[in-house]
Ligand binder design. Structure first.
Ligand code: ADP
Length: 159
């Protein structure tokens, strides 16, 4: 049984994240989407709410679990009994950052392996920060996020 951890902030989860997750769930027996929780950083959406929204957004994916973690991703992966991390790639700048991150994780834990999946062209420009920026400027974010996230953002986040 192969389990992969898909770690990130997911603040909020977007359709780009979901696409990577769906592909990952076809490759691995189980994927745990793990929301990183930094007590010093409040984030845009409270972590508990992010988890709730992700759970609603992935309810049709039977082999996907949602969790939160603090501290190093490699330690969290160990606690879950796996050495596989899943990450998504969009642009060349993502590649540089992700390469550094994956090498750091590999330095911290020599068994850890990061599997990268490429985004589809239609999700290439979608990021959580872009969604927040559009929302802030009263633009339409409907096409970029799952339905439960859209509902939450337009009713609760008048930023
Ligand atoms: P982090 O805070 O660790 O950067 P994010 O929540 O922003 O986490 O993203 C988690 C993972 O999802 C990263 O590997 C990121 O590159 C990937 N990702 C984000 N947006 C997209 C997208 N539109 N298409 C594919 N992968 C994406």
């Amino acid at each position: 049984m192969t389990t992969a951890i898909y770690p990130g902030s997911f603040d909020p989860i977007t359709n780009g994240h979901l696409d990577i997750l769906k592909s990952g769930s076809e490759i691995f027996d189980k994927v745990i989407i793990a929301v990183s929780h930094n007590i010093e950083k409040k984030g845009f959406i409270p972590v508990e709410k992010r988890v709730e929204l992700i759970k609603e957004s992935v309810k049709d994916l039977k082999n996907v679990e949602v969790d939160t973690f603090e501290g190093l991703t490699v330690d969290y992966a160990k606690r879950c009994g796996t050495h596989i991390l899943l990450r998504g790639l969009r642009t060349a700048s993502d590649f540089e950052y992700e390469l550094q991150l994956s090498q750091t994780n590999n330095y911290l834990s020599k068994d850890i392996k990061t599997v990268f999946l490429m985004t589809k062209p239609e999700y290439n420009f979608i990021s959580s920060s872009m969604v927040k920026e559009i929302l802030k400027n009263k633009g339409n974010i409907k096409q970029f996020v799952p339905k439960p996230v859209y509902q939450y953002l337009i009713t609760n986040c008048d930023i």
